[in-house]
Write a protein that binds this ligand. Structure first.
Ligand SMILES: Cc1cc2nc3c(=O)[nH]c(=O)nc-3n(C[C@H](O)[C@H](O)[C@H](O)COP(=O)(O)O)c2cc1C
Length: 187
């Protein structure tokens, strides 16, 4: 089973730091899972405008391929202007609506404002619901104060929540194996 850990920003270090931590915890629960990080900062982005995939640059096509090839996802995002970064939304816009269907997804996020964890509930989860992903009931939102100067997570409660998220994600991944991706409807 291949899981794509998506660092959904092109700036900053904390989003990637949480992702590395989640990767370690998932590995502890399920050493056989193949975990690969996709950092949006490594790609040359183009605005998605509805053209066929083949007309985008190689970078965009590779992002789409890597999403298609994955069996599950960890989406990591910072909060920008009370929302997700434009580059992450642009990436979702690139994908075929069936790409993440019935596949497990967990969310980790970080922001400078405690209250903005609701961005996950009100903005990111609805997008993943549109994709009909198996979104785990728990996500982890971190705040700048949960990190030290080197971007290590220093809050033990955050570590516990990340471990629990990893545990549940592994179970959701198992569940998704038994759920056929073929649908009876045409949507
Ligand atoms: C353009 C921009 C907008 C931001 N808007 C918000 C915001 O609305 N709410 C919030 O909690 N944090 C906001 N932040 C703070 C980022 O979420 C924060 O910098 C990031 O999570 C910390 O990670 P970093 O140190 O890796 O950049 C914003 C940061 C930037 C650069």
């Amino acid at each position: 089973m291949k899981v794509l850990l998506v660092d959904g920003t092109i700036v900053g270090r904390k989003t990637g730091a949480i992702l590395e931590q989640v990767k370690m915890y998932i590995q502890e629960f399920q050493p056989e899972m193949e975990l690969v990080i996709l950092s949006l900062a490594d790609y040359e982005h183009q605005f998605v405008d509805g053209r066929p995939l083949g007309e985008y640059n190689e970078s965009m096509q590779e992002i789409a391929r890597r999403f298609n090839d994955a069996d599950g996802y960890i989406i990591a995002t910072p909060i920008f202007q009370g929302s997700i970064p434009g580059v992450l939304k642009n990436t979702f816009d690139l994908l075929h609506p069936r790409t993440m269907r019935y596949k497990p997804v967990s969310i980790v996020a970080n922001g400078g404002t405690y209250q903005h964890h609701l961005v996950i509930e009100n903005q990111l989860k609805p997008i993943l619901d549109y994709f009909r992903s198996l979104v785990t009931p728990n996500y982890v939102y971190t705040h700048t104060s949960h990190f030290d100067a080197d971007n290590n997570i220093i809050n033990e409660d955050v570590h516990d929540r990340l471990r629990e998220l990893a545990r549940v994600f592994v179970q959701y991944a198992e569940m998704s194996k038994h759920l056929s991706k073929e649908t009876l409807d045409n949507h």
